[in-house]
Design a protein around this ligand. Structure first.
Ligand SMILES: NC(=O)c1ccc[n+]([C@@H]2O[C@H](COP(=O)([O-])OP(=O)(O)OC[C@H]3O[C@@H](n4cnc5c(N)ncnc54)[C@H](OP(=O)(O)O)[C@@H]3O)[C@@H](O)[C@H]2O)c1
Length: 245
């Protein structure tokens, strides 16, 4: 991979991925909403790699900016070999129930905006004749649970969308990877008590790297989440709705 684009570059998972692959890149475009964090990250990436680093400050919830953003990336880098979409917010489920406007804003960030960005990126990769698009969803999108169904519904929308996009983009040689992490120790989950099912951002980044190289379609990371979610999905609804999950 020579030309890498990271959207949500300041996220814990993005930074772990950058630490892993930056030295293999010629040019890296980092996109995030915080100019201060981007400046620090850019300096770090320049210290660990010889790649040219370009930063773009964008609020990725603004879907109307996505087309221009992709055009700006292409102006900076010429083309895109690999794009990683890795941003979002862990929605406050209790607040959603009493505040539908908040719930919709969260759905827009975690769901609609990711769909918009993925479509703009896939169209660019198709125009170029190929490339990889890796998008971080979540195991939370596999089944709606009472504790986080607003976040989960947005991730579920992303999952369905990417399944169709992957199939549609085959004719253009565009590889679309859906990443479904379980519990990952990042700033997003800093308030959570960690246990045996938790993974580091480094582990998830290593799995993403391998899945991109092998052109996988769907990655559960760590691997055991595929089987946990198979069990969760197989529980009949009349039992599932009574579980305090
Ligand atoms: N951690 C987990 O357990 C877990 C599990 C499954 C899936 N995921 C997914 O993994 C992805 C990366 O999250 P993470 O775990 O690495 O958490 P993180 O470190 O908290 O990263 C979240 C990132 O999203 C960025 N962001 C939020 N709103 C944005 C906006 N409007 N425009 C641009 N950027 C915005 C944040 O920017 P700032 O740095 O400026 O705040 C931050 O860099 C997310 O899609 C998340 O849903 C995480």
């Amino acid at each position: 991979m020579k030309k890498l684009l990271i959207l949500g570059a300041t996220s814990g998972i993005s930074q772990a991925y950058l630490n892993r692959v930056a030295d293999q890149c010629e040019h890296i475009v980092l996109v995030a909403r915080s100019a201060e964090k981007l400046a620090l990250l850019s300096a770090h990436v320049s210290a660990i790699s010889k790649a040219t680093v370009t930063t773009l400050v964008v609020d990725l919830a603004s879907t109307e900016e996505h087309q221009q953003l992709v055009e700006n990336v292409v102006t900076a880098m010429g083309s895109i070999d690999c794009a990683l979409v890795s941003y979002g917010v862990l929605t406050d489920q209790a607040r959603c129930v009493n505040d539908p406007a908040y719930a919709m804003a969260q759905f827009n960030l975690n769901g609609t905006s990711t769909v918009s960005l993925s479509l703009n990126l896939a169209n660019q990769l198709a125009k170029q004749g190929g490339g990889s698009l890796a998008v971080i969803g979540s195991v939370a999108g596999d089944r709606g649970r009472r504790s986080n169904y607003c976040y989960g519904a947005a991730k579920s929308a992303v999952d369905s969308f990417l399944a169709g996009l992957r199939s549609d983009m085959q004719k253009h040689k565009v590889h679309v990877l859906t990443v479904k992490p379980g519990f990952v120790d990042t700033p997003m989950t800093s308030d959570f008590k960690k246990g045996a099912l938790w993974a580091s951002a480094d582990k998830v980044a290593a799995d993403i790297d391998t899945a991109i190289i092998k052109k996988k379609s769907v990655l559960y990371t760590p691997w055991f989440w595929r089987y946990i979610m198979l069990i969760i999905k197989s529980i009949p609804e009349f039992i599932f709705k009574k579980l305090p999950l």
